[in-house]
Design a binder for this molecule. Structure first.
Ligand code: S3P
Length: 171
């Protein structure tokens, strides 16, 4: 069994890198946000709106636990908050599990998320200054959990292909 888990803040490139890596090494690609959306037949934004964040976090935890308990091999990209709730960070290490924190700088995250926040309920309604402050504080709080990944890969100024190569060299 070989489970490769990518984690990191919103906008760090988890899904893109995971899909590319999965294709390259011939493992199935899974995206936890997509799995949650399929399970509920609703977008993440609508789950937050209709059911609230606690409901989302409980579902995220149960679907993540089920994936990690299976015998399947895969490359899985997590949601930005997954490692930070319900003890999920404890599932990032163990036999056959490699986890990677895709670490982007604050400046890089501001610039990426400013262009692409509509589907992200935590920041969708924020003005630029408010979003900057939110991300800085949020990232500071979450760093403890992200650092539980087995490996940290910095992603600023690197192409997706270069990041995939770096991950490949560590698995
Ligand atoms: C979240 C990140 C999102 C999604 C949800 C909550 C977070 O995933 O799971 O909106 O708490 O950071 P992405 O990191 O894929 O945007």
């Amino acid at each position: 069994m070989n489970k490769i888990i990518l984690l990191g803040y919103m906008g760090s490139g988890k899904s893109v890198i995971a899909e590319l890596l999965a294709q390259k090494i011939g493992l199935p690609f899974k995206d936890l946000d997509e799995i949650i959306e399929r399970h509920e037949n609703l977008s993440i934004k609508d789950i937050f709106k209709q059911q609230g964040e606690i409901y989302f976090r409980k579902l995220e935890n149960s679907l993540f636990k089920a994936l990690m308990a299976s015998d399947e091999s895969f490359v899985l990209s997590l949601g930005g908050g997954t490692p930070c709730y319900a003890g999920n960070h404890e599932l990032l290490a163990g036999q056959g599990i490699s986890s990677f924190y895709l670490k982007a700088s604050l400046a890089e995250l501001y610039s990426r998320l400013n262009k692409d926040k509509a589907g992200r309920p935590l920041i969708a309604e924020m003005e630029q200054e408010e979003m900057k402050e939110f991300i800085a504080k949020h990232l500071f709080e979450r760093s403890f959990f992200y650092s539980k990944a087995l490996h940290t890969i910095t992603v600023d100024n690197k192409s997706p292909e270069a990041i995939v190569l770096e991950i490949e060299s560590l698995i």
